[in-house]
Design a protein. Structure first.
Length: 195
């Protein structure tokens, strides 16, 4: 926590670090993008040097850029991976199914996947792999990135405003709320899939 604070509390480096973490998460889901965005929101509430509009813009831009890189990896490097790891009748059916689902519900999938841990990587990479049209992808990914940035950063910001005397408590409450939202999305997704 202290290392993250040190990285995110000093502009303009803070904005570059936030962008890198958020963009990297779309390709490497182990990157703590949501944690970084929430923490940056808390810092925007308690540190006058950190500007809330800049944090929102950087988080959204990082999310969009990372998703675009994941799309490009699927589009231009996905076939060798598909042949190596998904070369069987079941795997080919799964890719066809993914293509059909993206054609029918692509926008909704891209927006919802942004809020599902690991879901954004699968949805963006598969979009590229299946040849989903980039302009449509970019439109819905931009919407998803903006909503995600608003959600994560403002969650931290308002937590920081409420608990400004105890920023670690603000971060803890924000993480608990974020985990609750992620769990609600996952439960709803599973419920809808069974229906």
């Amino acid at each position: 926590m202290e290392a993250l604070y040190d990285l995110l509390a000093q502009p303009p480096v803070a904005y570059l670090v936030l962008f890198g973490i958020v963009a990297g998460d779309a390709v490497f889901p182990a990157f703590p993008s949501e944690s970084a965005a929430i923490f940056a929101g808390v810092l925007a509430a308690i540190e006058p040097e950190i500007a809330l509009p800049a944090v929102l813009g950087v988080a959204a831009a990082g999310a969009f850029s990372g998703d675009s890189v994941s799309y490009a990896l699927g589009r231009f490097g996905g076939r060798p991976a598909q042949r190596r790891f998904f070369d069987g009748p079941y795997a080919r059916r799964a890719v066809r199914w993914s293509c059909d689902q993206l054609r029918l519900r692509g926008g909704l999938i891209l927006v919802v996947a942004r809020f599902v841990p690991g879901g954004r990587t699968g949805a963006t990479f598969t979009s590229g792999l299946t040849g989903f049209r980039y302009l449509t992808f970019a439109f819905f990914t931009a919407i998803a990135a903006a909503f995600w940035a608003l959600y994560a950063v403002l969650l931290g910001y308002f937590g920081g405003r409420i608990f400004h005397e105890r920023p670690l408590l603000a971060v803890g409450v924000a993480f608990a709320l974020a985990a609750g939202v992620a769990a609600a999305v996952e439960i709803t997704r599973r419920f809808l899939r069974r229906s």
